[in-house]
Design a protein around this ligand. Structure first.
Ligand code: UDP
Ligand code: MG
Length: 326
């Protein structure tokens, strides 16, 4: 039997007064059950992160922390957005726990797979992704746009876990590694796979939000998707270079065509030079833009200052000790 794990569950909350009572009740029941089964320690915590809510969310969290020591609260100074709230919460609790799970406040993700995640952690996995089995509870629109998004991201070369959102377990050392990502455009579900480490998935059926409204209206969803693409891929820039190259090829074909037309006498005066310059100049411009874009793309990767490598283990047999470094 493994020794109990010190688990922190991080729950971002933005105007969630309608769900907090139920969420905290169900989660603390689960915690009671898990600590009775010696899966987690008694000092494990459920941490609510108030992301600058305008309603009673923070005072409710405050009350919860007074009711029971299993609850903890973090208050962000202003609405930083879902990704930043999750990241901020994880970074704050990082050094207090063996592993942390992030989960939305609305119970759409099935908390009953949390014990399974913890067991996987105890078996040596550093990252456990919660993956939705099916999206039957989502609207047709949400389902198609979301699945389309995963496919586009994959096609652009971004390593994403299909149908995984922000319900995941991260070990202490995975969190440590994540803390080395200094970028401002947070897209956690793209960042975590780049950590490496041993990972696995647990599967669950996604439920409907049981109270309150989605905090992700279409506008936020689109900007999130756009952020995801532009934070992880410079393919759109490459696309411009491709267009430029194609226009240059067309320019050459046009050159041949116009010269043939000119000498067979089917042209108005000025037409040949006009046609040639339109395609040629257009092609050169697009190519140049693409080239400049390449440099901007490189700079963009540089300014992110991501760690170039993350050491998973350090074995130094000569000194007869085995160390683990992040
Ligand atoms: N959330 C947040 N800050 C925001 C928007 C949302 O912390 O600016 C939280 C929200 O309280 C919830 C989670 O992020 O716990 C996911 O939001 P929601 O369930 O509304 O998104 P959906 O499931 O509709 O995509
Ligand atoms: Mg939700």
């Amino acid at each position: 039997m493994n020794k109990p794990v010190k688990l922190y569950v991080v729950v971002p909350c933005y105007n969630e007064e309608a769900v907090l009572a139920e969420t905290s009740k169900r989660m603390s029941e689960l915690f009671g059950f898990m600590s009775a089964g010696s899966l987690i320690t008694d000092d494990s915590r459920i941490v609510f992160v108030d992301d600058g809510s305008k309603d009673k969310t923070w005072s409710m969290i405050d009350d919860l922390t007074k009711q029971s020591s299993v609850f903890a609260g973090i208050k962000l100074a202003h609405n930083a957005g879902h990704q930043n709230a999750v990241f901020g919460g994880l970074m704050t609790v990082m050094d207090d726990c063996d592993c942390a799970i992030s989960i939305d406040a609305d119970l759409q993700d099935d908390i009953n797979v949390i014990p399974e995640m913890v067991k996987d952690f105890a078996e040596g996995y550093d990252v456990v992704y919660g993956v939705r089995n099916k999206r039957s509870t989502d609207t047709f629109f949400k389902r198609t746009t979301a699945e389309g998004f995963y496919k586009i991201m994959r096609a652009l070369g971004v390593d994403l876990v299909f149908n995984h959102a922000d319900f995941r377990l991260l070990s202490h050392r995975a969190l440590k590694a994540l803390s080395q990502y200094p970028e401002r455009n947070m897209f956690l579900r793209g960042m975590v796979p780049t950590l490496g480490f041993r990972s696995t998935c647990v599967y669950y059926d996604r439920a409907e939000r049981f109270a309150g409204e989605s905090k992700y209206p279409l506008k936020k969803m689109l900007s999130f998707a756009f952020d995801g693409i532009t934070s992880f891929s410079i393919s759109p820039i490459r696309f411009i270079s491709g267009l430029g190259a194609a226009a240059c090829v067309i320019a050459i074909a046009m050159a041949v065509y116009t010269i043939v037309c000119k000498f067979t006498g089917h042209t108005d005066s000025g037409w040949a030079s006009l046609m040639l310059s339109i395609w040629f100049v257009g092609g050169v411009q697009l190519l140049s833009l693409g080239l400049i874009g390449e440099y901007i793309g490189k700079m963009y990767k540089e300014v992110k200052r991501r760690p170039r490598y993350i050491i998973e283990a350090y074995i130094n047999n000569s000194e007869e000790e085995k160390e683990e470094k992040d």
